[in-house]
Design a binder for this molecule. Structure first.
Ligand code: PEP
Length: 263
């Protein structure tokens, strides 16, 4: 079985000094946690100071951008392109639900961002997810919600050539389960497995089994060290995108440890 992927999305939480402390703690502690691939996504402005403070990093630890712009250079105030980030990060989060909601990103822009990442050697983490629960208590799917998530997936991934599918990670993140602090609103592993299985079916219908099996599927939505084991024990859930808990150093390290043990 291959290693799980644990991505820490620091969102817009840590200041520069917080970020340098987190980065140094993770670098030191992760040396001892092998058998898991860890990706840290600090705010863009702190990427270079982190790279400089690290000098070298453990091989299984990488950096990600939380967002990229698809054009290489030009009049795009406030944006940073995949081209500009290409020697700084190994991964980029693309199409996060917070960007879809607050920055109006649509599937077309997400497609362009995926293309730019792959062109410049950055591995995209494509976020997809429904706004409202799509499986009811009887196990029936809401076809509308499923079709919206399928569109996000197929339009995003169409930016990749099929022999590039091994560079693509899909983060299935039900939007209603992100930043949820009441356990009642958190997605269960069973729910997640059912959705991932449907999405894989759609991928296979469109691109065939060979390329589709190269795509890695991870889960995101209020993962903490208390819930990680339940998700990671399923081989179909190949890792996690962790938001809030990723800036709590001890909790995030525990998630990484659990992932290493269940890989
Ligand atoms: C996320 O930002 O992608 C995320 C899953 O956040 P949280 O873990 O806080 O729900």
């Amino acid at each position: 079985m291959s290693s799980k992927l644990v991505v820490g999305n620091w969102k817009m939480y840590p200041t520069l000094s917080d970020s340098l402390i987190l980065a140094s703690t993770f670098k030191r502690s992760l040396e001892d946690i092998q058998g898991v691939e860890v990706v840290l996504a600090p705010p863009t402005a702190w990427l270079v100071p982190i790279v400089e403070s690290w000098r070298h990093k453990p091989q299984h630890v990488s950096l990600a951008a939380q967002n990229v712009w698809p054009n290489d250079q030009g009049a795009y105030t406030g944006e940073v392109s995949a081209y500009m980030l290409k020697n700084i990060v190994q991964y980029a989060i693309v199409g996060h639900s917070e960007r879809r909601a607050y920055a109006g990103e649509d599937n077309d822009l997400v497609h362009q961002k995926m293309q730019a990442c792959l062109q410049w050697g950055i591995k995209p983490i494509l976020c997809v997810g429904e706004n409202k629960k799509m499986i009811d208590a009887q196990g029936n799917f809401d076809d509308y919600q499923l079709s919206k998530v399928t569109e996000q997936l197929l339009e995003g991934i169409a930016a990749a050539k099929q022999d590039n599918f091994d560079k693509v990670t899909v983060a299935y993140e039900p939007v209603w389960a992100i930043s949820a602090n009441q356990s009642a609103t958190v997605a269960t592993p069973e729910y997640t497995l059912q959705v991932i299985s449907k999405l894989k079916e759609r991928l296979i219908e469109k691109f065939g089994a060979g390329p589709s099996q190269l795509v890695r599927f991870i889960y995101g939505g209020s993962i903490t060290s208390s819930t990680a084991t339940d998700f990671f024990r399923h081989p179909e859930i190949e890792g996690a995108l962790v938001g809030g808990a990723s800036v709590k150093a001890q909790d995030f390290l525990k998630v990484c440890q659990i992932a290493a043990k269940t890989s």
